[in-house]
Design a protein around this ligand. Structure first.
Ligand code: G6P
Length: 611
């Protein structure tokens, strides 16, 4: 969370930074600001979205060729002008932006206060900045030296950019735990939290590693480790087009991304799934087939929507590969001192590849000798790089804060993995394997059918938009889909929603049912169908209002439900790739009918780089 941008080169820095901040706004939008270096060091910052910063500087002289900018997701200190980044050091000579959390800031702050420092904000960032300046002053050294010394005392996560009044054209950056990409242009450099602000100018990038410091000038990029040894920058080519990060005619990124799913799932399967030959090509799986087929246990580690993908993977891997699976919230797993044994495989699931809890949970597991397989969307991200092997979900950049296409991409990857491992292991016979491969190949076309006509879903959204609570129920493979539907509704429309296994509903949530409570049943045709029909009746008997996701052609569920959203028939293992789509759309349409900013829901951020 928090987006950072920097530029040094022959262009005007402010427009480059402003555009970059707008692209990174999904990472946080509590406040934003820029610092520009042009003989003087000037800082402009404002509470609220980047557009508010833009309005507040109209008419001001923003001329500079070097600058840094920040869009914030508040951690220490409420969202306000004074807590907005960049921060200025006590002398006014250095400006800094920061993404992350300095955990030992309180003790450092006390030290500095004892030395006579005053603070203008409540942030941990200003503490780190003055700490660096204090070291610089005491050592009579350079900013780079002071930074290196300071970072050795810092506990926490950071990506920081610094500019200094007396050091023209230079940006000094450092990272640990929070991402940093440097774009290499001709006589110019771009710095950002991800590649989206850079793609327009250059496709050559360097992903900075943890514990590295970058000294960036228009013509020069020097990378060093904290021991002051030079590192060779590893230049990579970005495989991303500008169109992928623009709205392309849609009102919102969320709607665009929901509608992209036939293509993104197809892209994920392309070159991997060969239905006719009956093969699945995944080098990450193939190269480690021994470890994967002999795994004693798999542990899915993830957060948010990715955790729901992990839950579905539990059903898939247990059924098709007969491997016991546990699904862990990364934030719990990392602190619980979990038992990790030889033969365990950790599967890390993450859209961004930067979620702090997931990253640290994996680092801990790796230290204990676990084999880590990453299912990640963002190419080159931290989790992708620290995994022993992996498979990208190839959904392309996801900008809407609530995850949609990344989720179905994760499911497609996990399904292919389960099929390949199960087949290699012999727990999945040829006939079923071929059936599922064929079923998976048909999914993109079926998603297209769901998206063809969304008018019924829009009408349902309008009808129920004023409800205060929703209950989402499903059984088997549709239970994680119910959880995901409830999460989407909470995120996008601020309506309280709970997901539950349909049968478990009798042990509590049924007490909530009355003629005002909408109950969404994910009730497609599967082995539990008869049972879920009974559950629908139980709700109807108590006058609950039933909205069902049902299989096309079904007549029983539609006969009982108040409203129905249809999906084409599919094997129950693959059905979640379809049944989640109407639920994504339902929350989208409820959100917009309530006039909410669905791409940037309040308090949320897309890439949660703090724990
Ligand atoms: C945030 C996002 C969610 C996402 C979760 C995990 O909460 O708003 O959409 O599911 O982080 O993120 P990851 O990038 O690790 O999948």
């Amino acid at each position: 969370m928090c987006g950072i941008v920097g530029y040094t080169g022959p262009r005007e820095a402010y427009p480059v930074i402003l555009k970059g901040l707008k692209r990174l706004e999904y990472r946080g939008y509590d406040s934003s600001g820029v610092a520009l270096l042009n003989g003087e060091l000037k800082v402009y910052k404002k509470k609220g979205k980047v557009s508010e910063l833009e309005e507040s500087v109209v008419g001001k002289n923003m001329h500079a060729f070097t600058g840094i900018g920040h869009t914030r997701w508040a951690t220490h200190g409420e969202p306000s002008d004074r807590n907005a980044h960049p921060h200025l050091s006590a002398s006014g000579q250095i400006a800094m932006i920061h993404n992350g959390i300095i955990e030992n800031y309180a003790s450092i702050k006390r030290e500095l206060i004892n030395k006579g420092y005053h603070f203008n904000s409540d942030t941990d960032t200003e503490v780190l900045l003055n700490f660096i300046e204090d070291i610089k002053k005491n050592n009579n050294g350079t900013l780079e030296e002071a930074l290196r010394i300071a970072l050795k005392r810092i506990v926490g996560a950071y990506c920081i950019l610094l500019i200094e009044k007396d050091n023209p054209e230079t940006i000094i950056a450092a990272r640990k735990g929070s991402p940093l990409v440097i774009g290499i242009g001709k006589g110019e450099h771009f710095l950002a939290s991800d590649a989206s602000p850079i793609i327009e100018y250059t496709k050559e990038v360097v992903y900075v590693n943890d514990y590295e410091i970058a000294i960036v000038k228009p013509d020069e990029l020097i990378l060093k480790n904290l021991g002051n040894e030079k590192q060779t920058p590893f230049i990579q080519k970005l495989d991303m087009e500008l169109a992928a990060i623009e709205k392309g005619g849609y009102d919102h990124f969320m709607l665009k991304e929901i509608n992209e799913q036939p293509d993104t799932i197809f892209d994920c399967l392309r070159g991997r799934l060969h239905a006719e030959a009956g093969t699945i090509t995944m080098s990450g799986v193939q190269n480690n087939i021994q470890a994967l087929t002999t795994a004693q246990r798999m542990v899915m580690v993830a957060c948010g929507t990715s955790w729901h993908a992990g839950l579905l993977a539990e059903y898939m891997f247990e059924e098709l590969c007969r491997i016991p699976v546990e699904v862990e919230y990364a934030s719990e797993f990392r602190y619980r001192n979990p038992v990790i044994k030889p033969g365990d495989v950790i599967i890390a699931i993450s859209q961004s590849g930067e979620t702090a809890d997931t990253l640290v949970a994996l680092e801990n597991a790796k230290q204990q000798g676990a084999f880590i397989f990453g299912v990640v969307n963002a190419v080159g991200s931290s989790i992708a790089r620290m995994s022993d092997a992996g498979a990208y979900s190839h959904a392309g950049p996801e900008i809407g804060v609530a995850s949609t296409k990344a989720f179905t991409g994760q499911l497609a990857v996990l399904a292919m993995m389960a099929l390949k491992i199960g087949y290699a292991k012999g727990t999945l016979d040829e006939k079923r394997y071929r059936e599922l491969i064929k079923g998976l190949e048909e999914i993109p076309e079926k998603v297209k059918q769901v998206l063809n006509d969304t008018s019924a879903i829009e009408a349902i959204a309008e009808k129920y938009k004023d409800a205060h609570d929703f209950l989402y129920l499903g059984r088997g493979y549709n239970f994680p889909v119910a959880l995901e539907g409830a999460l989407k509704l909470k995120e996008i429309s601020y309506i309280h929603a709970e997901g539950y296994p349909a049968a478990e509903m009798k042990h509590g949530p049924i007490a909530l049912v009355d003629d005002k409570l909408p109950v969404v049943f994910v009730a497609t045709k599967d082995r539990y169908y008869e049972k879920i029909v009974s559950n629908v009746q139980e709700i109807k008997a108590r006058k609950g209002r039933v909205i069902a996701v049902a299989t096309e052609g079904d007549t029983v569920i539609p006969g009982m439900a108040d409203d129905v959203m249809y999906v084409p028939d599919a094997d129950e293992i693959l059905a979640p790739l379809l049944s989640v789509i109407p639920l994504q759309l339902l929350s989208y349409y409820i959100g917009i009918s309530k006039g909410l900013d669905v791409d940037k829901p309040r308090n949320l951020a897309k890439s949660v780089t703090v724990e």
